[in-house]
Design a protein around this ligand. Structure first.
Ligand code: NAD
Length: 504
């Protein structure tokens, strides 16, 4: 994947980063009041430009007003509100525990900004995926260069034109363009890179970051399994899977990518999906205001290729002109079918069901593939969910629903292994863009003691004393239980003695 960068693009990238770096060095972004003002300005951008944002999302993805509001605006605005509300608390140095040896000292974690941050967004939630990391970068006191995805062209254009009218122009920069400008930016030195997109480009980003040992967050994708137990309420399961799969026409990174269940459950599930599909999108989803479109011709062709008409049990219609692919269910899909062979998710409105013998085979199936970003399971039996938690790995796991866990700000949103590294949402957004600096503030009053202990020559006596203060020994479990019991008994005895003395 070698991409040619013109001298003009290289110069543009250099200038943007140089300006951001110079501003960061001035220290302006570190003041909490500055951060709050910028966060409020970002919030104002989203309220004042609401109509334009919704229009851009409709033009890019046929996204409905309601989806745009809930998924692209409300999510980010809530996190901005959370950050403004908690910023004073979160930015305070956090005292840490310290041993006997450091009683007179202060130890704390100081949250400091990294510096100049690069944020590369993806096209499927083009506002959310660029502005959510941006709010974290601002809250943590960084300068940022924002590269929206060129695939969602209307959104990218709007961000480039309007966002700078709201934010500090020296600190925050929007750079629009295709993979060539992304490549030019990646050739620059950043202090942090936050990338959302495919695992293939994720590797390119990681390589570029390695050159300067720049830390990264990679929000990638991967095929998310959805395992359905035969013991489940099939009508509710059907509705919840359809909700997660067909939101944004299946172009959601945490959408359930495929279903694993036994043959009998498959047949029941397919039948249970017919009625809610009509309820959600009408008899002809093409006419529904609530069903999206594939983002462009390239992706339309890609998804259409995965459509094996022999396996379609619901849907299957396509229209190239309007980039429409109907909500489609495929049954009796084999692991060798094209739709299951790719390491990338379908990223479109096709839901393959792969029959398996039972839970064990499903676990084996999941574990033989790359670790997914999100994983789902449905059952009336809690142990079924627990077994999947214990015996598989994924960035996120939700039992008895799909997607909804991402609305909980106390849960980190991110992948593991091939589906990414790092996470954000809620306080994790602020933390992601903050370096946790270990700070110790020493006293000088104990020099008499230090002199006896730590300076050379280190005699055996000094070493023994230092070990007494600093070294923790591993105790065997039984002994530590006994010693805890002994401490408790001595404590209780002493308390009894004091109480008795007081009453005398
Ligand atoms: P994309 O094509 O918009 O690419 C994302 C960014 O990478 C763009 O800004 C683009 O300019 C840049 N880019 C593309 N090719 C490049 C190259 N060769 N060199 C340098 N930069 C390049 O998005 P995509 O990759 O099609 O995104 C879809 C994938 O993203 C899916 O796999 C999906 O699961 C994943 N995704 C993950 C999350 C998450 O939060 N984990 C969210 C959304 C999407």
């Amino acid at each position: 994947m070698s991409i040619e960068v013109t001298p003009e693009l290289q110069q543009q990238a250099e200038q943007v980063v140089a300006r951001a770096r110079q501003t960061f060095r001035s220290g302006r972004t570190k003041a909490i009041s500055f951060r709050k003002t910028q966060l409020r300005a970002l919030y104002r951008f989203m309220t004042e430009q609401e109509a334009a944002i919704k229009q851009a999302l409709y033009d890019d993805l046929h996204k409905s007003d309601a989806e745009a509001q809930l998924m692209e605006l409300d999510t980010v605005m809530s996190d901005i509100a959370d950050h403004v509300e908690n910023l004073d608390k979160w930015t305070k140095p956090q005292p840490t525990q310290k041993g006997m040896a450091f009683l007179l000292d202060k130890t704390e974690i100081v949250y400091e900004p990294y510096g100049v941050v690069l944020i590369i967004g993806a096209w499927n939630y083009p506002f959310q995926l660029t502005l959510w990391p941006l709010l974290g970068a601002i809250a943590a006191g960084n300068c940022a260069v924002l590269k929206p995805s060129e695939v969602a062209g209307h959104t990218s254009e709007l961000l480039e034109k309007e966002l700078p009218q709201y934010l500090d122009k020296d600190c925050f920069h929007v750079v629009a363009g295709d993979a060539r400008i992304t490549t030019a930016l990646l050739q620059q030195r950043f202090d942090y890179i936050f990338y959302t997109g495919s695992s293939q480009v994720g590797k390119v980003v990681l390589q570029a970051a390695a050159k300067h040992i720049t830390p990264v967050t990679l929000e990638l994708g991967g095929k998310g399994p959805c395992i359905v137990d035969s013991d489940c309420d099939i009508t509710v399961v059907a509705r919840r899977i359809l909700f997660g799969k067909f939101l944004n026409a299946g172009q959601t990174c945490i959408a359930p990518d495929y279903v694993l269940c036994d043959h009998e459950t498959q047949d029941k599930l397919v039948e249970a999906m017919r009625a809610p599909l009509v309820e959600f999108y009408g008899k002809n989803p093409k006419e529904s205001q609530h069903f999206g479109r594939i983002v462009n011709k390239r992706h339309f062709e890609r998804v259409k290729k995965l459509l094996d008409s022999n396996k379609v049990v619901i849907g299957g219609e396509t229209d190239e002109e309007t980039l429409y692919i109907a909500p489609t269910i495929l049954a009796n899909v084999s692991p060798d079918d094209d739709i299951m062979k790719e390491e990338n998710e379908v990223f479109g409105p096709l839901l393959p069901i792969v029959p398996v013998a039972g839970k064990e085979e499903a676990i084996e199936f999941v574990n033989s593939r790359e670790k997914p970003l999100a994983m789902y399971a449905f059952s009336n039996n809690k142990q079924f969910g627990q077994d999947l938690i214990d015996q598989t790995s994924s960035g996120q796991f939700c039992f008895n629903d799909t997607l909804i866990h991402a609305a909980v700000p106390s849960l980190p949103f991110g992948g593991v292994g091939h589906s990414g590294m790092g996470a954000y949402h809620g306080k994790f957004t602020f933390e992601t863009f903050s370096h946790k600096r270990a700070v110790m503030l020493r006293t000088m009053k104990d020099e008499w003691l230090q002199g006896k202990l730590r300076y050379p020559p280190l005699t055996p006596k000094k070493v023994a004393w230092m070990q007494r203060f600093l070294k923790k020994n591993l105790r065997d479990e039984k002994r530590s239980w006994w010693s805890m019991l002994l401490v408790l008994l001595i404590g209780a005895g002493m308390a009894f003695f004091v109480m008795t003395c007081l009453h005398m």
